[in-house]
Design a binder for this molecule. Structure first.
Ligand SMILES: O=P(O)(O)OC[C@H]1O[C@H](OP(=O)(O)OP(=O)(O)O)[C@H](O)[C@@H]1O
Ligand code: HPA
Ligand SMILES: [Mg+2]
Length: 172
């Protein structure tokens, strides 16, 4: 039998949250140049929407990290695409779709930390803080969410459902 999807966050709720985050980031970084480090694949749509609303000059770098198989973290984060350009001396804002166990973010921050950025902060659309296995705290959180597996708006289950415009709970 196929999995069931239950709506959790509508396109309107997502857009409102993205707008609020973009305004806060625009105010906090006013007068500065920021590099968005977008964590693919999941943050694709969030980053595209956020970047167009921040209203500041910015550049975008992309990293591709993978650790999930089905609904579980394998515990091993693999980097399949690294930054193209240097981030030394720049204000870096990591853009994530979701922080869950925290393992991906911990890995990425360690990877970025020795590259001489002027500052490194993290913006995530979704924060599933009840499932943390390591201590990481995003600086900008759109929506604090419960411990359920979510798909849509970039989030996948084995590469499916990313294209959905809303966010759903996947019920097996
Ligand atoms: O806090 P964690 O438990 O590490 O989970 C969060 C990470 O997991 C997902 O990536 P995934 O490995 O599924 O790769 P994807 O973005 O290509 O789907 C998600 O996009 C985050 O990057
Ligand atoms: O709830 C989730 N959904 C999809 N990918 C994820 N990666 C961590 N948590 C999730
Ligand atoms: Mg995934």
């Amino acid at each position: 039998m196929g999995a069931e999807l239950r709506l959790v966050y509508s396109p309107g709720q997502i857009a409102a949250s993205v707008g609020t985050l973009a305004r806060r980031i625009g105010q906090d970084y006013a007068g500065e140049e920021v590099v968005l480090v977008v964590v693919l694949k999941g943050a694709l749509f969030f980053a595209a929407d956020l970047a167009r609303q921040i209203g500041l000059p910015l550049s975008m770098e992309f990293v591709k990290l993978k650790s999930y198989s089905g609904t579980s973290s394998t515990g091993t984060v693999v980097i399949t695409k690294d930054l193209d350009g240097p981030i030394a001396g720049k204000h870096v804002l990591v853009v994530e779709d979701i922080v869950d166990t925290g393992l991906t973010l911990q890995f990425l921050l360690a990877h970025l930390n020795d590259q001489g950025a002027r500052s490194v902060k993290v913006c995530t659309l979704l924060d599933k803080s009840g499932r943390r296995q390591v201590e990481v705290a995003p600086d900008y959180v759109g929506i604090s969410c419960e411990n359920r597996f979510l798909v849509g708006y970039g989030l996948d289950f084995d590469e499916r459902y990313r294209e959905l415009p809303a966010i759903y709970e996947l019920i097996p």
